[in-house]
Each structure stands twice: as structure tokens, then as C-alpha cells.
Design a binder for this molecule. Structure first.
Ligand SMILES: NC(=O)c1ccc[n+]([C@@H]2O[C@H](COP(=O)([O-])OP(=O)(O)OC[C@H]3O[C@@H](n4cnc5c(N)ncnc54)[C@H](O)[C@@H]3O)[C@@H](O)[C@H]2O)c1
Length: 314
């Protein structure tokens, strides 16, 4: 047991199971008090159960810290406000916020119901924004805070997850923006894309989904390697949960607006999006771009080393 987070108070969503639970325990092990937030839903977001949050509370207390359960739904603006307020009421402040709660509803876009898009965005993107929104008021005032959001490698483009991938991409953009808005107040905001064996990543549905993508050639070699690391025996989140405790610690005071990838065997950092090639012309003499010019310019000057990720089939 360390003392790097002693006296700090943390709110962790999705803390009843999987990655959220491992992170809650890693923070508690470093001395932080934990508000354990979990609605206790099935992987698709249905149902509700208090037992996962209660059991994490018990385990956190074994480290000698205070721990309290909250069973609210992160997608509700009001419930998120209540979670943040509960952290302040029970422990005095909210110093650390880890947004980890999540669900999955995979389908190809042409088969996806509107509700599956809305629900996944509500939990991931809106839920993360809800908690950041309410916690930022306290963190700005106290001039201290550590926010850690959870994205996924799916944010860079995936198959069967237009709802999930776009919500996780939104979380990356949200993280960049919150980092820039709150940095001056001593608050950092970073995100991580995990690779962990949990009920979300392993199971017969996930096996079938991955096999379909491999068979159709719709998965890159690099992404496949990541997926294999995610599903490998022994890929428990406990291996990388200390990385999140590090981001929450004083040692990471100057780490802000970064997107990491973390697993048992790998820690990495994503590049920030940037314009890699451009053609610029004189502003004053520029006429509307001509399609016949673009037909030459785009392939010759912009699409150098480019390959279509999903070219049309015969
Ligand atoms: N497992 C992986 O390899 C992996 C990869 C990429 C991203 N992620 C992300 O990591 C996070 C955790 O995933 P996991 O694998 O631990 O999944 P998990 O299903 O084991 O845990 C998710 C937890 O979130 C809770 N939750 C869901 N909706 C909620 C809501 N509306 N309000 C409050 N709590 C809610 C669930 O009850 C559950 O306990 C998710 O955001 C997921 O998208 C996981």
C-alpha cells in the first residue's frame, strides 16, 4: 500500500466491475477515498443491481480508506450532479474523477436501431460530459483536479460499432477540450484506451463478431494485434490500473490532454491529430477550387502513402 493519493477523494464510475473496479482499488491502495459509482447493468445497459458497487466498497475499505456506493445512472445529468455532490458531502472534496462506466450494443450501421445509437452515446459521451461538467465546478474553485476518461481504440475507426466508436471518439475530443479549458486551474484531463479481459471484451458474441471482421478482411493487422492482447488469458485490468493511479497523482501534474493505450504488457501514447500534407495558394488571387484541378492535386499532393481502409469489392 502506497500513500501517493493519501487525503485525496476520488469518484470512479463503472467501479462495480471490470476496469472501473480495478481502478477504484488501485486508487484506494494509494490512499484515496472512493465514491464507487455503478448502476449494475448488463453489458447492453439493461437492468440494475446494487451488488457490484457494494462489493467494490467492501474491497476498497480493506485498504483502510473511506468508500461509499452510489447507484445512479451516469447518463442522467441530475444523477451525475448527485454523484459529485455525494463525493463532496462524504469526503469534503472531489479531487479525482475517473469516467469508466460503459456499455456495448454492436450492429452494422444498416441494421442498428436508433435507440442503440442514442443509448450508447448517452452512457459514454453524455455520461462522461455530465460528470466532467459537475466536477469541474469544484475542481476549478479548489484549483486542483485530475480527470481520467476512458476511450477505446475503436475511436480510430472500427466495424460494427458506429455508436460506440463515435462516442469514444467524442470522449477523445472532449478530453482535449476539457484539458485546454481547465489546465490553467491546476486540473488535468487525460484519457486511456484499455485492453483488458472483462465481460465486455470476452464471450461468445465477441468471438463471433471478431471472426466476422477477420473473415471479411475488415480489420487492420495492428488492430487485430490489439484485440488479441485484449482477449488474451491473463489480460486482467489489475495489471494497468496503477497507470490510472499515476495519472491521478502529483507526479502527473503536467500530463494534460494526452490519450494513452494501456494493457498488461503495453503502455503507449496516441498522436494528436494533425494536418499531414497541404497545398496552399495565394489568398487574394484564389478563385473557387476547380474540380479538374482537384482531380490531379488531391492524389498527387495529399494522398501520398494513402490506402483506402475498405475498398469496394467485385
Ligand atoms: N475491456 C476492454 O478491453 C475495453 C476496451 C476499450 C474500452 N473499454 C472501456 O472501458 C470501460 C469499462 O469497460 P469494462 O470492460 O470494465 O466493462 P464492464 O461491463 O466489465 O464494466 C462496466 C461497468 O459500467 C457500469 N455501467 C454501465 N452503464 C452505466 C451507467 N449508465 N451508469 C453507471 N454505471 C454504468 C456497469 O454496471 C459495469 O459495472 C468502458 O467504458 C469500455 O467501453 C474497455
Amino acid at each position: 500500500m502506497g500513500e501517493r493519493l493519501k487525503g485525496r477523494n476520488a469518484l470512479v464510475t463503472g467501479a462495480g466491475r471490470g476496469i472501473g473496479k480495478a481502478v477504484a482499488l488501485a486508487l484506494a491502495e494509494e490512499g484515496a477515498n472512493i465514491l464507487v459509482c455503478d448502476l449494475g447493468v448488463a453489458p447492453d445497459g439493461t437492468g440494475a443491481d446494487k451488488t457490484p458497487a457494494d462489493s467494490t466498497v467492501e474491497e476498497c475499505r480493506r485498504f483502510g480508506v473511506k468508500a461509499v456506493a452510489h447507484y445512479g445512472d451516469v447518463s442522467s445529468f441530475k444523477a451525475a450532479e448527485d454523484m459529485v455532490q455525494a463525493c463532496v458531502n462524504h469526503f469534503g472534496t472531489i479531487d479525482i474523477l475517473c469516467n469508466i462506466a460503459g456499455i456495448l450494443r454492436p450492429k452494422m450501421i444498416f441494421n442498428m436501431a436508433e435507440e442503440d445509437f442514442d443509448k450508447v452515446h448517452a452512457v459514454h459521451l453524455k455520461g462522461t460530459w455530465n460528470l466532467c461538467r459537475h466536477a469541474s465546478v469544484f475542481m476549478r474553485q479548489q484549483k486542483y483536479g485530475r480527470i481520467v476518461n476512458t476511450t477505446s481504440e475503436a475511436y480510430a475507426g472500427t466495424v460494427g460499432h458506429t455508436n460506440y466508436g463515435s462516442a469514444k471518439g467524442g470522449i477523445v475530443s472532449l478530453t482535449y477540450a476539457v484539458a485546454r479549458e481547465l489546465g490553467r486551474y491546476g486540473v488535468t484531463c487525460n484519457a486511456f484506451a484499455p485492453r483488458a479481459r472483462t465481460r465486455m471484451s470476452v464471450g461468445s458474441d465477441q468471438d463471433a463478431g471478431l471472426q466476422k471482421r477477420i473473415d471479411s478482411g475488415l480489420i487492420s493487422e495492428e488492430r487485430l494485434q490489439g484485440m488479441e492482447e485484449t482477449r488474451r488469458e491473463g489480460a486482467e485490468p489489475e495489471y494497468f490500473a496503477p497507470f490510472i493511479a499515476y495519472l491521478a497523482s502529483d507526479a502527473a501534474a503536467n500530463v494534460n490532454g494526452c490519450i494513452f493505450v494501456v494493457s498488461r504488457a503495453t503502455v503507449g501514447i496516441w498522436s494528436h491529430p494533425q494536418i499531414v500534407r497541404k497545398h496552399t495558394r495565394d489568398w487574394d488571387s484564389a478563385a473557387p477550387w476547380k474540380i479538374e484541378d482537384l482531380e490531379k492535386l488531391v492524389p498527387q499532393e495529399l494522398l501520398v502513402d494513402y490506402a483506402n481502409p475498405a475498398p469496394p469489392r467485385e
